[in-house]
Design a protein. Sequence first.
Length: 82
Amino acid sequence: MFIHLGGEKIIRSSELIAIFDISIESSSKISKQFVEYAEEDKKMETIGEEEAKSIVVTRDRIYYSPISSTTLKKRANHFITM
C-alpha cells in the first residue's frame, strides 16, 4: 500500500517509521538535531512549495510535508486496519 505525502510524493506504507507535527522541531532539542543531521546527510526533502505542516520519517529519508500530521496519520491508519 502507498501513502500520499503531498505534491507528487508517494511512499510505501512499509517504509513509514513516524509522522510528527512540524511544531516538534522547535519544541524538542533532540528532534531538531535529528533533522539537522538528516539535512547534512542530504536525506531530507521538502515536498512542494507550501509551508510544511508535518515531518515524515521513513527508513531512508525525512520529508517535510504540506499535509497536516493528523491527515497523514489517518491515511496511514487506513492501511494498517485493512
